[in-house]
Design a protein around this ligand. Structure first.
Ligand code: HAM
Length: 414
């Protein structure tokens, strides 16, 4: 039997219902702050991600689904949404609009990672991007909006970590300092950290090795090396979060898997999730638009994984299925009348279904009960129908034409 590809999953109706809640809350919470929906194509020119996300990142090195379009162009299934939104911002001349331009999306993304709980090869993200504002208020607003969304969806045991990466220049300087420090302590470091000192010195902060951990306690921290402007920007973000009553931890070792970040970075995690604990994260990316050949434009944003939100959320009661009217047949030859009655009922705003499986009348009533039908209209002969109230069990004969008005009237009285 053919199965869904490894790392992918079907969204069955019950799960689609829960996702609808995530979408409705995102629309409500982000809409109230002026964010408007955007959707970009599922695939883009490979170069957009190579440049935008960064050649050296795991995403670009190992995780992209890249293919040739048959005409010699290299395309890639989007692994993330920030670079595509920036591409769209430039392509549609959005810098002529009032700034910042606030956009949000709920789309599927693709990464060829090893699948495990909370990590898939096709997954969904809700994302928000504010392009054209340098203000620390923008970062703080975005962080609070994500906190509100996680809360509204019922995500439990969340923790917010916050840091600042400063500018690329101060970061490069700091990197050299950190490398020199690590080389000085080479013999106290774990093998895998030692071999990657020059390639990725920041990874040393993530090591679980006790010797490395001891060394890293005294390592220079990027947060202590920020330019005065960056330090002030970061202090302001923190003050705003304090005012908003949002709790966070400063994590000088917070590393994100994408190269475009500058200044503020943050990540929400949940203890409910185990190994893949990141629910959502983001930060400022002041250099990205320029990297994509646009004018220098500050920007900030985040994305949160829908599957991880739902895994970390309280189990929601299933939304009750509701059917106003089931149209049953006393005899099969009433089917044209039944068909028309169901259509008319839907046009009148009722949820209506009709018999489609050739069941006996007894079978049809059982079925109507199972799908939770409020009323059943049994089509009889000569334009007469029996209208049964499934809650009270009462029934009476009426004209087929009167079925809908009667139900509407009864519903108005309730
Ligand atoms: P990211 O941290 O790579 O950031 O992904 C954001 C969220 O997407 C993660 O926290 C996680 O919940 C979810 N996610 C990532 N990979 C997977 C996967 N393989 N399976 C399931 N869920 C996953 C970004 O993508 C940036 N574009 C966020 C951003 C927006 N930064 C600025 N603006």
């Amino acid at each position: 039997m053919i199965q869904a590809p490894r790392g992918t999953f079907d969204i069955l109706p019950e799960s689609a219902q829960k996702r609808k809640l995530v979408e409705a809350e995102a629309d409500r919470i982000l809409g109230a702050a002026g964010y408007r929906r955007i959707e970009t194509p599922t695939f883009e020119a490979t170069e957009l991600f190579a440049r935008g996300v960064g050649e050296a990142t795991d995403i670009v090195q190992k995780e992209m689904y890249t293919f040739d379009d048959g005409a010699g162009r290299s395309l890639t299934l989007r692994p993330e949404g920030t670079a595509p939104v920036c591409r769209a911002y430039l392509e549609h001349g959005m810098r002529k609009l009032a700034q910042p331009v606030k956009l949000w999306y709920l789309s599927s993304f693709f990464r060829a990672e090893a699948p495990q709980r909370g990590r898939y090869r096709q997954f969904w993200q809700v994302g928000a991007e504010a392009i054209g504002s340098e203000a620390p208020e923008t970062d703080a607003e975005l962080i609070v909006l994500l906190a509100d969304l996680l809360e509204a969806v019922g995500v439990r045991k969340t923790r917010l970590r916050l840091s600042s990466l400063g500018t690329p220049a101060s970061r490069a300087e700091y990197r050299e300092e950190l490398k020199a420090f690590l080389h000085e302590h080479e013999d106290e470091l774990a093998e895998d950290v030692r071999t990657r000192i020059d390639l990725n010195p920041m990874r040393a902060f993530d090591s679980g090795d006790p010797g490395t951990k001891a060394v890293m306690r005294d390592a220079p921290k990027l947060l202590d090396r920020l330019d005065p402007d960056d330090a002030e920007h970061f202090a302001r973000v923190q003050a705003l979060l304090d005012d908003a009553g949002l709790r966070y931890e400063l994590d000088p070792a917070l590393v994100r898997g994408l190269d475009y970040y500058t200044r503020t970075v943050f990540e929400f995690s949940s203890e409910e999730l185990g190994a893949q604990s990141g629910v959502g994260g983001g930060g400022r990316y002041d250099g990205l638009i320029e990297l994509l050949d646009g004018p220098s434009t500050p920007a900030s944003g985040w994305a949160a994984g829908v599957e991880r939100m739902l895994l970390a959320a309280r189990e929601l009661p299933p939304a009750p299925e509701f059917v106003d009217l089931f149209v049953a047949l006393a005899k099969q030859d009433g089917s044209r009348i039944a068909f028309e009655l169901a259509l008319e009922a839907r046009r009148a705003g009722l949820q209506a279904q009709l018999e489609l499986a050739g069941r006996s009348l007894k079978g049809q009533l059982k079925h109507a009960d199972r799908i939770g039908a409020r009323y059943v209209a049994i089509i009889g002969e000569n334009g007469v129908a029996t209208l049964k109230d499934m809650q009270s069990g009462e029934q009476h004969d009426t004209g087929v034409r009167d079925v809908i008005p009667e139900i509407l009237r009864a519903e108005r009285m309730r």
